[in-house]
Design a protein around this ligand. Structure first.
Ligand code: NAD
Length: 332
C-alpha cells in the first residue's frame, strides 16, 4: 500500500506532483482554509499531513492517528503547531526554512519604500484624476540614504534585509538574542538593546519568530520611544506587535508610519487600522512569489518523502523527537 499524505489545502509549486509519484495524496480544500473537521479526518486517514499556517495542529490532531509520522508545515513559521505535543507522540514536524528569505526581505524593503516615497497616496491621487501638473510641494517623502535602520531578529530574513538596507546607504543597528559577528563584520552593524534601537532608528524592521517571548515584543511603551518620523515594518507575525497600541500611536502621529504584512488577529484588523493614512497594509503576501512558493512546495514534499524513507528530514524542527523514533536513520 502506498503511504498516505493529506494536504490540507492545495498550493502552487511542484511539491504535490512530487508526492503523487509515490504516495496516495488527498487534498483537503482547493481554496480557502481547510475546515477543522476535514483536517481531523485527514489526520485520521494519513501517514503524513502537509499543513498551512492557518491550520491549528494540536493534540486533537495528533490523537486522530497513532500512525502519523510527520507534519510538514508549508511555512517558515511554525507557531500554528504544538511542537511539545508532537514530540511527545514521536511525530516529526518540519518547516520550509530559507525558501522565503529573499521574497520576505524584498517585501519588507517594498513596504518601507511605499511609506517613504508615499507611493500608496500617489497612486490613489493619480487614479482620482487629481494630477494637474508638476508641483514642488506635492507628496513630499523621505530618502533612506544616510538614515539609521534597526533590524530586530537577524536570522535568515533579517540578515538579507540588512544587506538590502546597507546597499541603500543606511547604517545598521540590530537586536537579537544571539550575536551575529558575520552581520557585524560584513555590514558594520552594531548590536544594541531594544530600547536603544527604537530610540535611534528611522526605520525598524521586525524578523523574529512568534514565540511566548516575542508576543507583544513591541508594546505601547516601546512605541513611545520611537522617533516621530520613524517607520515600523512588520513581515514576521502579527502578535509580535500590540496592534491596538500601534493604531493609537499612528493616530496620534507618535510615529511616522507602519508597513504591515501580518496582523495580530489575522485576518481581522484592529478597528481603526485600515482608516489610517500613515500605514501600508498587505495581506500576508511577503512570501507570495513564484520562486518562494515553488521552493516551499518542494521542501515540504521532500521532508515527507524523507520521513517515509526513514531518513531525517532536512527541515526538522523538533529535533528531540529523534529519540522517540528508532525507525529514523540519523546517520549518527
Ligand atoms: P530565523 O529563525 O532564521 O531568524 C529569526 C531570528 O530572530 C533569529 O536570529 C533569532 O535569534 C531571533 N530572535 C528570536 N527571538 C528573539 C527576540 N526575543 N529578540 C530578538 N531576536 C530574536 O527565521 P527567518 O527565516 O528569518 O524567519 C523569521 C520569521 O519571519 C518566521 O519565524 C516567520 O514567522 C516570519 N515569516 C513571515 C513570512 C510572511 O509571509 N510574512 C514568510 C516567512 C517567514
Amino acid at each position: 500500500m502506498k503511504p498516505r499524505v493529506f494536504v490540507s489545502r492545495h498550493f502552487p509549486g511542484e511539491g504535490i506532483a512530487l508526492l503523487k509519484k509515490s504516495c496516495d495524496v488527498r487534498i483537503g480544500v482547493m481554496k480557502g482554509t481547510c475546515p477543522r473537521k476535514k483536517l481531523l479526518q485527514g489526520a485520521k486517514w494519513a501517514d503524513a499531513i502537509v499543513t498551512l499556517l492557518t491550520d491549528k495542529v494540536d493534540a486533537e490532531v495528533y490523537d486522530q492517528n497513532p500512525r502519523l509520522k510527520i507534519v510538514a508545515n508549508y511555512a517558515v513559521g511554525f507557531d500554528n503547531i504544538d511542537l511539545a505535543e508532537a514530540t511527545k507522540r514521536g511525530v516529526l514536524v518540519t518547516n520550509t526554512p530559507g525558501a522565503q528569505t529573499e521574497s520576505v526581505a524584498e517585501h519588507a524593503i517594498g513596504l518601507m519604500m511605499v511609506l517613504g516615497k508615499r507611493i500608496r497616496e500617489a497612486d490613489a491621487f493619480m487614479r482620482a484624476g487629481k494630477y494637474k501638473g508638476w508641483d514642488p510641494d506635492l507628496l513630499l517623502g523621505t530618502e533612506f540614504d544616510g538614515k539609521v535602520c534597526g533590524v530586530i531578529g537577524v536570522g535568515r530574513i533579517g540578515s538579507i534585509f540588512v544587506k538590502f538596507a546597507k546597499a541603500l546607504g543606511m547604517s545598521i543597528i540590530y537586536n537579537d538574542v544571539v550575536r551575529s559577528p558575520d552581520i557585524e563584520q560584513k555590514y558594520d552593524a552594531k548590536p544594541v538593546d531594544i530600547n536603544t534601537l527604537l530610540k535611534q532608528c528611522d526605520v525598524i524592521s521586525i524578523h523574529v519568530p512568534l514565540m511566548p517571548s516575542t508576543r507583544h515584543l513591541i508594546n505601547a511603551g516601546h512605541l513611545k520611544l520611537m522617533k516621530k518620523t520613524a517607520f515600523l515594518i512588520n513581515t514576521s507575525r502579527g502578535p509580535v506587535i500590540d496592534e491596538t497600541a500601534l493604531v493609537s500611536a499612528l493616530k496620534r502621529r507618535q510615529i511616522g508610519g507602519a508597513g504591515l504584512d501580518v496582523y495580530e488577529f489575522e485576518p481581522k484588523l484592529v478597528p481603526g487600522l485600515a482608516k489610517l493614512d500613515n500605514v501600508v497594509l498587505t495581506p500576508h503576501i511577503a512570501s507570495a512569489t513564484w520562486e518562494a512558493r515553488d521552493s516551499m512546495s518542494r521542501i515540504a514534499a521532500q521532508c515527507v518523502l524523507a520521513a517515509f524513507k526513514g531518513e531525517v528530514p532536512e527541515a526538522l524542527v523538533n529535533k528531540d523527537v529523534l529519540q522517540k523514533n528508532p525507525w529514523i536513520k540519523t546517520g549518527a
